[in-house]
Design a protein around this ligand. Structure first.
Ligand code: ZN
Length: 275
């Protein structure tokens, strides 16, 4: 998404965007911007045939840990990240400047399968949900600081491989209906629990395919935009499958519509959903 524009800061430190007129892509290729949401391996995914966490293999590549039906722990390409990395390793011409994809993270169950939200440390009964309480009971060996440290190693390795990060809101919030106060509180949780792992970000991919307003331009009269902009978000994404491509490049922000990526053939056709 950052390649769509060139950024510059004026004397007041304000960031401005202009269309990147030097985006040189090979002829005959159809460019796509890829993003993956919710890379947390939520408790709700346990025993659903989904990987359990991201780990490094013996070569330092990010892979998935996957526990199969016989209880064996396997390490390999069991989800989007290592599948995409292996594909780009084999087909480097797929990727412009080795960009992989943008990973949009919530924080409430931690990130990458590591339980890095502070609720796992405080175990505050007011905020600890049933899934988290059960998980903590089943994992008496859990060490919060170790999970944070391991998640940071994964984040650094992902960045080195060509991935970048965005907020997906801490609590997978609907930004269209949540109040500004609720979104502010939610974003502060994200900054306190996810930024220490992935570093500062300037992008937010809204959960549930929601957005701050309709297709009209964002304006500072929109209190939610004014808030997100004031805390450093310049790149925004909703979900919009109604048109093949939708981008809004403006002096003070960049916004794009996303489509669900899936194989569509015959009976496999399903309606667009939030990714
Ligand atoms: Zn999501």
């Amino acid at each position: 998404m950052h390649d769509l524009v060139t950024e510059y800061r004026d004397e007041n430190g304000e960031v401005h965007f202009e269309k990147n007129t030097n985006l040189m892509l090979p002829p005959g290729k159809h460019p796509v911007i890829m993003s993956e949401d919710d890379l947390s391996y939520y408790h709700a995914y346990e025993n659903q045939g989904i990987a359990s966490k991201l780990v490094l293999d013996e070569n330092g590549k990010v892979k998935c840990e996957y526990i199969n039906e016989n209880g064996e722990t396997l390490v390999g390409d069991y989800d989007v990240v290592p599948l995409l990395s292996s594909f780009i390793d084999a087909h480097p011409d797929f990727s412009y400047h080795n960009r992989h994809c943008m990973i949009a993270l919530t924080g409430y169950n931690g990130v990458f399968g590591y339980r890095t939200d502070t609720v796992y440390l405080t175990r505050d009964p007011e905020h600890l949900d049933a899934n988290q309480a059960i998980w903590l009971e089943q994992h008496p060996e859990f060490d919060f600081d170790q999970d944070v440290a391991e998640a940071k190693v994964i984040a650094d390795a992902l960045k080195a491989e060509g991935y970048e990060f965005a907020s997906h809101t801490w609590g997978h919030r609907r930004v269209n209906t949540a109040s500004v106060e609720a979104l502010k509180e939610d974003n502060e949780k994200w900054v306190n629990t996810v930024v220490p792992i992935v570093g500062e970000v300037d992008s937010i991919i809204f959960a549930h395919g929601t957005d701050l307003c309709g297709p009209e331009d964002y304006s500072y009269d929109n209190e939610k935009f004014a808030y997100f902009k004031s805390v450093g978000y310049n790149y925004y994404a909703n979900v919009d499958g109604s048109v093949p491509v939708w981008n809004q490049l403006r002096d003070n922000y960049v916004r794009t519509g996303r489509r669900r990526l899936q194989a569509v053939s015959g009976d496999d056709r399903r309606p667009e959903r939030d990714g």
